[in-house]
Design a binder for this molecule. Structure first.
Ligand code: SF4
Length: 375
């Protein structure tokens, strides 16, 4: 079992909060897709013939790709890895790209999940963030996907935005629920160093929400979505029963994945690799047979910490058996010692040999997880 992540590093314009790797250059798109297909072919042994169950087109803006681009990529995926056993193929899309014609084109390909970067339904905030769509375009995009037959739609929202009030956040949640998405991801805004938004905060032209407000937003998110029947299966992710994101879940469960394209990460359970975050360097490197990448062999402590950090964020928690077998009794003892006070306070529970956060524990997940880290 394995996944493939394809990074599509093109954006029409840049949003002011974003620090993902992407470029507004359009002239290299064709050459890039050829390089990406070459990387997929050259690294076919990375997954050691594990069955590819998920493919994720992320970015950047994958919905900037053309029909011909998708033709090339899917042909390569089919030839090299086979897609017969793939259960989930996700396309991240920007609402403004999803015209009738484009959505119709997407149906020609085996995508069975669309993840829409809506972020908020407040038009003023969308403008401030330099998003290219407005609320009406977002709603229309979801409607078009539905009409075209997509039955697994995810919506991304951001909360803790400048000037956000409980009322505005409630409105975002209500508008999102009216679209009946199968899946919803909601992340707190972070002010990433080097972004225009970070500078605006330094210049005191926007104000960060305080911790109390952040907690209120998170609490509102939890209660609204639970009441609407969504399963809170990862700190920032909610889904209708059975509709969790398979690809992202495999990251949290330590399943190997191959990541292609500039800045993409790969993981084979023992080491991590990441391609350099530069489109030009990437294309040249691939064309010359010298992929620009770095690698890190993960020692047992790092693997333990990663397993605990990602697993504890999910509803499934972490397996005590796996800790013993993969990381040894010393780390298991350590984990149990560090978990004890949180168990006593009802912030975590053990059930069926697994340790996980309780509903209360979710609110202090960062503190609990940092206590469980092996240092
Ligand atoms: S569209 Fe997405 S990847 Fe591109 S700049 Fe905006 S947030 Fe970043």
């Amino acid at each position: 079992m394995a996944g493939i992540y394809l990074h599509i590093p093109f954006c029409k314009t840049r949003c002011i909060y974003c620090d993902f790797y992407s470029t507004t250059r359009e002239d290299l798109r064709q050459r890039y897709v050829q390089a990406l297909c070459l990387e997929l072919k050259e690294r076919k042994d990375y997954l050691k013939e594990a069955t590819v169950e998920t493919v994720y087109f992320g970015g950047g803006t994958p919905s900037q790709l053309s029909e011909e681009n998708f033709d090339n990529i899917f042909q390569t995926l089919q030839e090299v890895y086979g897609l017969d056993k793939t259960i989930e193929i996700t396309l991240e899309a920007n609402p403004d790209d999803l015209t009738d014609e484009y959505v119709h084109t997407l149906r020609r390909f085996p995508f069975n999940r669309i993840s829409l970067g809506i972020q908020t339904f407040d038009d003023r905030t969308l403008q401030l963030l330099h998003r290219r769509h407005n609320a009406a375009q977002a709603q229309n995009a979801v409607r078009r996907c539905r009409e075209a037959g997509f039955d697994n739609i995810s919506i991304d929202l951001i909360y803790g935005l400048p000037g956000e009030t409980e009322k505005l956040w409630e409105n975002d949640l209500m508008q999102a629920l009216q679209l009946h998405p199968e899946h919803l991801s909601a992340y707190h805004l972070t002010y990433e160093e080097g972004t225009p938004l970070y500078r605006l905060r330094q210049e005191k032209r926007v104000r960060e929400v305080d911790e109390d407000m952040s907690l209120k937003f998170f609490s509102q998110l939890n209660s609204t979505l639970r009441q609407a029947g969504y399963v809170h299966y990862e700190i920032s992710n909610f889904c209708l029963p059975g509709k969790h994101a398979r690809h992202n879940t495999s990251y949290w469960q330590g399943i190997p994945y191959l990541g292609c394209g500039p800045s993409a990460h790969s993981f084979d359970t023992r080491s991590r690799e990441w391609n350099k975050a530069s489109l030009e360097t990437y294309i040249q490197g691939i064309e010359q047979g010298k992929r620009p990448y770095e690698t890190e062999v993960l020692n047992a402590d790092t693997r333990y910490n990663e397993y605990v950090m990602t697993g504890m964020r999910t509803i499934w928690g972490i397996s005590l058996d796996k800790i013993r077998t993969d990381f040894g009794t010393e780390r298991l003892d350590y984990l149990q010692r560090m978990a004890a006070p949180h168990l006593r306070r009802g912030k975590i529970v053990t059930q069926d040999g697994r340790l996980r956060l309780t509903e209360e524990g979710i609110f202090i997940s960062d503190d609990i997880i940092s206590d469980l880290m092996y240092v």
